[in-house]
Write a protein that binds this ligand. Sequence first.
Ligand code: PLP
Length: 348
Amino acid sequence: SSFYEITPREDFNAPRMLARLSANENPYGPSPAVVEAIKEAVVTGNRYAHRDASDLIEMIAKKEGVSPKHIMLGPGSSDLLEKMAFVSFPSGGNIVSADPAYMSIISTARALGASWKPVKLKSDYSHDLMAMKSAIDNDTKLVYVCNPNNPTGSITASDKLRTFCSDVSTKVPVFVDEAYLEFLDDSQSHSMVDLVTKGDDVIVARTFSKIHGMAGLRIGYIVAQPERISAITDKVRSTMGLCSTSLKGAIASMSDAQFTAECKKLNTECRNYVVDKITSLGYDVIPSSTSFVLFPIAMDGMDFMKAMNESGVSIRVFSIDEKPYCRVSMGTMEEMEYFVETFEKVTA
Ligand code: PLP
């Protein structure tokens, strides 16, 4: 592949920072309604969460226009990415994805003995769908598409992606990771969930970690054909990993559209601010549809990261085509002002 992460693993639980801009967390969440719901839910914590899980599944099914059988919950979408890898790669094979991509499912697939067939993003940072289709061979067990993509923040046009998924899924299941979907305008129109409704072998992943501001509370879900879900749940009980406080929190958050709309608005304001500032400093910022921004930097990646960390700003650094890139998550406006100030100082 053409990219790898420079940030060392141990830096993920970096010391407390003044501005924590390394993990695409929502700086505003969870909503006050979620906090209240969780407080109330604590007292029934002696019970397993199966009832709460089916309540949330029902809510999600209604929202997505599918049956509850099409939904599986997990403690974060990470868990579902892993479980999907477990059932897809029992005996090797390969996974086709973009390069760069979000590596979770690819890393798990490789740990299970599968190989990765990376397909470079196009020059506009959208998926090269034709090249991905050509990369599929008889050993391909899964195609992974992250849209909008991480770490680039870029988007692939939904009409083109829909045609690709519909076509490819007749041969190989397609996993579409929509963790950042809700940061788009008219977000549901960009989703591939309608293909699941249509009966296509497409698995769509969503999370409460981003727009809902619940990353530490761990709730995510997939929308997929019931057979795909039972392939997982026949082997592992699907709701045993879930926590009733977080489930009740997610239920409350789904009813708080005002909160998520406000998060989206503030995220866009911060992103516009950062893009303007960094562009005016002479950098080519990749157009972002997400809660983070990626751009190439003009100094050694590790030196850059250390200098930013020393000023209390955590970011992530990637190497793409042997050039260092900074990925910065959107915090509050105050944090982004501090990021820009620190960036100017560090790169001066
Ligand atoms: N998918 C993408 C594209 C992500 O960026 C992330 C987290 O950053 C995840 C999935 C996993 O998120 P979670 O396990 O919190 O749902």
